[in-house]
Write a new protein. Structure first.
Ligand SMILES: [Zn+2]
Length: 139
């Protein structure tokens, strides 16, 4: 089994480093303290077999409602994390995003790419311990 740093595991498994740590705590991933090249001690993660999906992520993927939505119809700018939804007097959906922005409406974001996600929303979701996105592989 290949052992990699938490950062590399995050990239290889396409989950956040916070999620890697979460999986280690939950026993889904094995981690070891190893001596690094520079003599210090560091955590390494044993990479699971191909196709591994965290139970936590699987549960997230099976959710019917994704909190990540576009705030514009032409899908420009960033995908935001919807904090709450309310209906306007015209029965339109008015989303309020975690970053504080108010959208015109919401449009489903099916292709979640890390570089398209609103950074502010991501940071607040992380601070508040909200479920994170699971970006699609790039390319
Ligand atoms: Zn945002």
């Amino acid at each position: 089994m290949e052992r990699v740093t938490i950062r590399e595991a995050s990239q290889r498994l396409r989950i956040s480093t916070a999620m890697v740590r979460e999986c280690i705590r939950g026993g889904e991933l094995k981690a070891f303290k190893e001596t690094r090249d520079d003599g210090g001690m560091g955590w390494v993660v044993e990479l699971p077999e191909d196709g591994w999906v965290s139970e936590a992520i699987a549960a997230e993927l099976n959710r019917e409602f994704s909190p990540w939505w576009w705030g514009t119809q032409d899908k420009t700018g960033y995908i935001h994390y919807v904090e709450s939804l309310s209906a306007s007097s015209w029965e339109e959906t008015v989303p309020r995003f975690l970053c504080g922005e108010i959208g015109d409406n919401i449009w489903a974001a099916t292709d979640l790419r890390q570089e398209m996600l609103c950074l502010e929303c991501q940071m607040r979701a992380m601070e508040q311990g909200l479920p994170q996105s699971n970006p699609s592989p790039q390319g």
